[in-house]
Design a protein around this ligand. Sequence first.
Ligand SMILES: Nc1nc2c(ncn2[C@@H]2O[C@H](COP(=O)(O)OP(=O)(O)OP(=O)(O)O)[C@@H](O)[C@H]2O)c(=O)[nH]1
Length: 810
Amino acid sequence: MEGIYLIVKYRVHEVAKDFGRPTKEIADILTKYATAPKNHMQVLEDRELSILFDYLTQHNQVQSIESIYADTYHEPKPAPQGAKPAPAAQAGAPAAQNRPGHGGAPRPSGQQGQQRAQAPRSAGQQPAQQRPQGQQSAGQQNLSRPGTRVPEKKIVDTRKSGSVNLDKYDEKLEKLAAGKTTQMQAGKQKFQGRNNQRRGGGFQGSKRRQEEQEKMRRLQAEIAKKHPLVVKIPDEIGVGELASRMKKTGAEVVKCLIKNGVMASLSDVIDFDTAAIIAEELGCKVEKEIIVTIEERLIDVSEDKEEDLRPRAPVVVVMGHVDHGKTSLLDYIRSSDVASGEAGGITQHIGAYQVSVKGQPITFLDTPGHEAFTAMRARGAMITDVAILVVAADDGIMPQTVESINHAKAAGIPIIVAINKMDKPEANPERIKQQLTEYELVPEEWGGETIICPISAKTGMGVDSLLEMVLLTAEMQELRANPDRSAHGAVIEARLDKGRGPVATLLVQNGTLHQGDVIIAGTAVGRVRAMTNARGQKLTEAGPSVPVEIIGMGEVPGAGDDFHAVADERMARELVEQRKQENKDRLNGPVGQKVTLEDLFSQIQQGEIKDLNIIVKADVQGSAEAVKSSLEKLSNEEVRVRVIHCAVGAINESDVMLAGTSGAIIVGFNVRPDNNARDSAARMNVDMRMYRVIYDCIEEIESAMKGMLAPKYKEVLLGHAEVREVYKITGAGMIAGCYVTDGRVARNAQIRLLRDNIVIHEGVLASLKRFKDDQKEVAQGYECGIGIEKYSDIKVGDVIECFNMEEIER
Ligand SMILES: Nc1nc2c(ncn2[C@@H]2O[C@H](COP(=O)(O)OP(=O)(O)OP(=O)(O)O)[C@@H](O)[C@H]2O)c(=O)[nH]1
């Protein structure tokens, strides 16, 4: 019997029940002779059971004597008060206690069995050696000293007692022993069954047990009702996850879902509302789980309090047509400020600088041209407050002037016009003012709102008053920021310096940047090791609107990226990893939703579009204007058609950027996009539509607005070939000696002939040859001879664009 494994889970309260003793008593015995049980449900080890059996056997021995001799002793005398225990018992006690495994120390159950086996014998052999009084007295003492088991006193077979059926325990122990061999295979169920059987046939009625269990269940349900389990549910949750959070089985949850008409399996994801209904139905209290992203934890985007805001310097961008004097103006302003006496001296180009005008600072973006400005806007950086539009007095409004006007308008920033080169004798400012009115820039002197300053970037004439006007315009905007928070702003320029590593010019837009700050800019992290301004002065901090060049970034951030000073570098690195992954996913995944003619109608219907922005590019000014006014006439109550930019020439990258930032569609009329524009449009998902007839263009956009657009074909570009030589061959007409620059040229595809990206002709090929052989196709990098059907006006430098029309499957 040595080392019997307790396979049946025998708990404190069960022992108590089976012995008909209070649980407390059992617990007390265990506390005294073994380890204190934690609660009545604690499963007992065989060692503890042995102690209990020993103890209770002894205890019952004494009681049995009474019952056994009840017939003989009708009036059992109570033990005399303070009766001394029998000397034998006293004498026996130390001996018994000294026995290993006996008394206080646990005894192997084997010994116990042995002893019980001896019991009947001793009972038979020494039936009445002990008197009941003495015995009882000893027995009573045994309650407090259970270990003092005296063999000589064992006279009575306690198994005859009506209250404890010890056979049962022998039987049980035997089963336990037998069970050892089968324990591995024996299921829990089997033992439970045996357990139940034992109990049922034993001391307690199964009925009572069931009643108690029922009571327990009701109690638990009651408690659950009073203190429902609180489950946190996010916007979406898997059914399995919901079940585990509610501490329910998957089947219960699925059943409840089906009951509510939702056919979902464990692996399905359900929304918050559905999950909340299910959870409530299953007796849980629902709380919305708000998932805080690393970005939210790391970056403080809280609004500034009114009282924390302080005035900040305006950030100014200088725009205009090529050679109208942007750089000259910026240089003049910078150098005159240096000359005006501030320490430092040598200025360097860092992308932005600050000057002081009458004690008030103005920040200039030193990256002339709207390309940089638009590139930043395309990345979501709104950094400028005022635009200075430079127009050369001797030249007038040119295509890039118009682009600049439209870019500034789209960004919603005020424009101050600087009519430059006023020192030139041929300067004609009045003509320029006149031209400006065509672009809704009406001079103040003519009753409009546009500030116009005649200047000379060469002599400096009028520059001071231009700067004053900038301050005035800025004042109207009440530009303010909170210097007392961690810095946030935009990357103006960034590059890799051989000696210093990544160098970035940052414009602080809010807060104050300190040397030593950890910053995160796009996917770059770093600590500001050193800060300098455009004068090369070292700074330890930079407040709102201050541009600084910093070193210390881990990698080169992108111009236009947002930067934030953060408290936790480790978390910043984690965020960067996350952003990198998101960028990767974005590149691999579908491009973002932008306005396209295909989904225009549904966006109008959903109220997502109130203005349909269009950029018109055409081959001649007349067509551009005609397309513009025809399109604007399409406006109705729901949608206003706005041509935000209208110009002559091929579609360029700047057009695509403007379209991208203002959610516009580009309409090309007899023009084509250049390669950069095509790449950008694909990247930014900008819809470009090319037409040859105004009517087609108007009709298509009108149909799109009415949701009746049904393009049956789409154009698939095959490739381009550049015309390098032109031959006249008798009988075959003009043949172009071409070089396939990209893609391929196919004999039976359609072509259009482009000259400076303007469509000269559209048609089909008459011939495609390599040397003297006809070809079906000629791939990139090969030369070929191309003849165009019924067309001979081909010139060197022309580009032949080859395409197919493919039916769109619906
Ligand atoms: N006479 C005169 N010439 C000027 C003035 N401003 C600029 N220029 C000249 O105009 C030419 C072009 O000036 P830039 O400042 O380079 O013009 P820009 O607009 O920056 O040109 P890009 O950088 O090519 O876009 C230069 O030769 C300047 O010297 C001016 O006020 N008066």
